[in-house]
Design a protein around this ligand. Structure first.
Ligand code: F6P
Length: 345
């Protein structure tokens, strides 16, 4: 086998700011440094199944660094999932198309689900390299994913804005932050935005303790309170959202007027932050250096501030949750921020 010459890039799962910066990092490094040909695969793994690819020239990669979303499109297609596949052997089709397209490697940019599929494709004999992205920051094996810093900036700005209206009306404001089953975005945005109560899926929730804490704040003449809650907290089935549940429990328990805000997809949209642009560029460029040395079946990571890589098989199928003894949780408790389990009152 000669040196790798033709690579494909796909973006799968929920989008986030910084994906285009990563595509640019992959593409430009591949073309300029290694003289490779680059193909963009449309709509995640669907594009590999339907053979929807287009060549990406260097000029096609110009001007996309600051763009939100993904120029390639994305989907939540899971080719290895048996149900709903109507007996179609999608992995077999992918292998056939990969061969017919003459690809030497596919760079899979995505979150946990994408890295799991990338690993399964590697087990099927395809050359793949993974790049972790998500606003949730929950990809196992890396300290940070790009998308997280941009979403953190947006969520923090939203919380900042709630302070003034909460103060005017002397209300409790509940704000729900994304993050799937992980509380990273809620923890960081809650701390950066000066949340009084921060509720994470990783910690137990004692709503009575939360209400005692909020009533104590009112007793101490604190005019309002901000409650930052992760979308993934456990709740009874009859509550559609975490914010609905927490706001209802608080208003019932404290009799203080309570309002809720669900931030939603605003957190995932728009231009990436400077830190995300840099992380995504580093990840993209590093992925191609791995390909150039035929170091396949790996995912690029950022550990201790350094870019490196880990075997996909070591991270696939795992989720990185917030450790219950995380230093930021300990610091929050030191500042008398209520974390929902035990509140110092
Ligand atoms: O993984 C990113 C994320 O935005 C999560 O925070 C959220 O739970 C999920 O995607 C929403 O997924 P969808 O785009 O399928 O609605």
């Amino acid at each position: 086998m000669g040196k790798p010459q033709r690579i494909g890039i796909l973006t799968a799962g929920g989008d986030c700011p910084g994906i285009n910066a990563a595509i640019r990092g992959v593409g430009k490094t591949a073309i300029v440094k290694h003289g490779m040909e680059v193909y963009g695969i449309s709509s995640g793994f669907s594009g590999l199944i339907n053979k929807e690819v287009q060549p990406l020239s260097e000029s096609a990669l110009s001007g996309i660094l600051t763009l939100g979303g993904t120029i390639l499109g994305t989907s939540r297609e899971k080719p290895f999932k048996k149900s709903g596949n109507l007996g179609i052997d999608k992995p077999k089709i992918i292998k056939k198309n990969y061969k017919e397209l003459g690809l030497d490697c596919v760079v899979c940019i995505g979150g946990n689900g994408t890295q799991k599929t990338a690993n399964l494709l590697a087990e099927e004999g395809l050359n793949v390299v993974g790049i972790p992205k998500t606003i949730d920051n929950d990809v196992f094996g890396t300290d940070f994913t790009f998308g997280f810093d941009s979403a953190l900036t947006i969520a923090t700005d939203a919380i900042d804005r709630l302070h003034t209206t909460a103060n005017s009306h002397k209300r409790i404001m509940v704000i729900e932050v994304m993050g799937h089953h992980a509380g990273w975005l809620t923890l960081y945005a809650g701390m950066a935005g000066g949340g009084d109560v921060i509720l994470l899926p990783e910690l137990d929730l004692d709503i009575k303790a939360v209400n005692r804490y909020l009533l104590d704040r009112a007793y101490k003449k604190k005019p309002y309170s901000i409650v930052v809650v992760a979308e993934g907290i456990e709740r009874p089935k009859d509550f559609i959202s975490a914010a609905d549940y927490i706001a209802a429990m608080i208003e019932n328990g404290t009799k203080i007027e309570t309002r809720k805000t669900i931030l939603g997809y605003i957190q995932r949209g728009g231009s990436p932050s400077p830190m995300d642009r840099i992380l995504a560029t580093r990840f993209g460029s590093h992925a191609v250096d791995l390909i150039a040395t035929e170091n396949y079946g790996r995912m690029v990571v950022n550990v201790g501030g350094q870019t490196s890589s880990v075997p996909l098989k070591d991270v696939a199928g795992k989720t990185r949750l917030v450790p219950t003894d995380h230093s930021l949780i300990t610091k929050a408790r030191s500042l008398d921020i209520c974390m929902g389990d035990v509140c110092i009152v």
